[in-house]
Design a protein around this ligand. Structure first.
Ligand SMILES: *[C@@H]1O[C@H](CO)[C@@H](O)[C@H](O)[C@H]1NC(C)=O
Ligand SMILES: *[C@@H]1O[C@H](CO)[C@@H](O)[C@H](O)[C@H]1NC(C)=O
Ligand SMILES: *[C@@H]1O[C@H](CO)[C@@H](O)[C@H](O)[C@H]1NC(C)=O
Ligand SMILES: *[C@@H]1O[C@H](CO)[C@@H](O)[C@H](O)[C@H]1NC(C)=O
Length: 365
């Protein structure tokens, strides 16, 4: 009896010992692999995210669970920079003549990535296409989808279809696709700062509400107003484009591109993450009061630039756009933020918005 108990004990002991050793071996090899991973990734010094894209093909990005809170910081890769963003701007040849100045004011040749989607080939007076403008892409012919689905708004179909066409351009190392209209100004450095807060490996849709109450009633309180710009994470676009044309056919009665896009995103169960710096500007004439009470949030865009008074009263709209963006371009440092003052200039009651670097003691969100 006694001896048999001992032998059971000793065999249990050696089993325990084996388990401990196995754990140690696994633990040590895990640590070695982890250190090798860290070394490898730090040596790659994040030259671009192409590398990650490659890995994402091998190991598909983490299951895109529905992100109620997508504001989780990702620290497993480089911080988001301008090169991770690809802009898709939708416009028309007719409007381009005067809107060109707006988009060129924020576009940085060889730095910002993206395309302009025009309805038709540009006419001779717009050619040769200048290198200061967005690379040109003429929208695909979507008449088949429109006819077959009896869609009520062909222009809107073209605008949403641009998401698919943008994706098909096949840019490498993309974390975010940012769509917008040709009458919007984009504050690209602020987009980078804001997008950095979100996890680009998940399904994320970032947009803005309209500041005009009635627009939200007419369209939706839960959509990203598209002209002002919205961002879709790379995995979300990858999922959307699998059946974007199907989605366009499913809602032939929708007459707004923003709403169609929202439906297509909703189909994947992704909620809108609203950002207060995205400005639809469904307002008219003088918006200086609106701008001077800007929410404590980085400004991301100003849409409908044609419909508001020039924001610098002594300049016309295109000059205003350039002037505003000139102030944006200088040195960018991490943690930099801009504050603006509304000040009176000249003898009359003219006001001007002056942009400056915030003081250290200023409270900003
Ligand atoms: C993220 O990584 C940076 C450097 O790679 C480090 O300084 C920072 O503390 C990390 N943040 C978190 C929340 O782990
Ligand atoms: C952009 O890059 C091209 C080719 O690398 C070069 O020829 C061109 O001058 C650059 N443009 C600007 C504005 O830097
Ligand atoms: C704005 O003013 C500039 C400089 O005076 C001028 O070249 C440009 O044509 C004007 N733009 C419009 C749209 O009037
Ligand atoms: C401001 O100036 C405009 C035009 O110069 C004038 O019509 C308006 O009454 C002025 N407003 C005030 C509050 O003085």
């Amino acid at each position: 009896m006694q001896s048999s108990t001992t032998s059971i004990k000793s065999s249990r002991f050696s089993l325990d010992n084996f388990a401990v050793n196995l754990c140690k071996i696994l633990g040590i090899s895990g640590l070695v692999l982890y250190l090798a991973y860290l070394l490898f990734f730090s040596q790659s010094s994040c030259p671009s995210s192409e590398f990650f894209t490659l890995f994402q093909h091998i190991w598909p990005v983490s299951p895109p669970s529905q992100q109620l809170n997508s504001l989780t910081h990702t620290n497993h890769s480089c911080p988001t920079n301008l090169n991770h963003l690809v802009f898709g701007i939708v416009g028309s040849v007719n409007a381009w003549r005067h809107r060109k100045a707006y988009t060129e004011s924020w576009w940085r040749p060889n730095a910002t990535r993206g395309y302009l989607f025009l309805d038709t080939h540009p006419t001779n007076d717009l050619l040769p296409w200048p290198p200061s403008s967005h690379p040109l892409h003429v929208s695909n012919d979507i008449s088949k989808i429109v006819e077959e689905s009896k869609h009520v708004a062909p222009i809107m179909v073209r605008m949403v279809h641009a998401i698919l066409e943008l994706f098909r351009e096949g840019d490498k190392g993309v974390r975010w696709y940012v769509m917008g209209d040709d009458d919007s100004l984009f504050f690209v450095d602020n987009w980078v700062d804001v997008l950095e807060k979100y996890d680009h490996t998940k399904y994320v849709h970032i947009g803005g509400h309209s500041e005009f109450f009635m627009s939200n009633i007419w369209f939706s309180f839960d959509q990203g107003f598209g002209g002002a710009g919205f961002a879709l994470s790379y995995p979300l676009v990858t999922a959307m484009v699998k059946d974007l044309e199907g989605c366009l056919r499913r809602y032939p009665y929708l007459n707004s591109a923003d709403l169609i896009t929202q439906y297509c995103v909703d189909e994947l169960g992704v909620p809108l993450s609203a950002e207060r710096g995205i400005h639809q500007i469904d307002l008219h004439s003088d918006i200086s009061g609106f701008l001077s009470s800007h929410p404590q949030s980085p400004i991301l865009s100003l849409h409908h630039f044609d419909q508001i008074e020039p924001i610098f009263p002594t300049m016309n709209r295109s000059q205003s756009a350039n002037h505003l963006m000139k102030k944006q371009k200088p040195t960018r440092s991490i943690g930099r933020s801009e504050c603006c003052d509304v000040v009176e200039v000249g003898e009359k009651n003219i006001t001007e918005i002056k942009i400056r670097t915030c003081r250290d003691d200023e409270i900003i969100a």
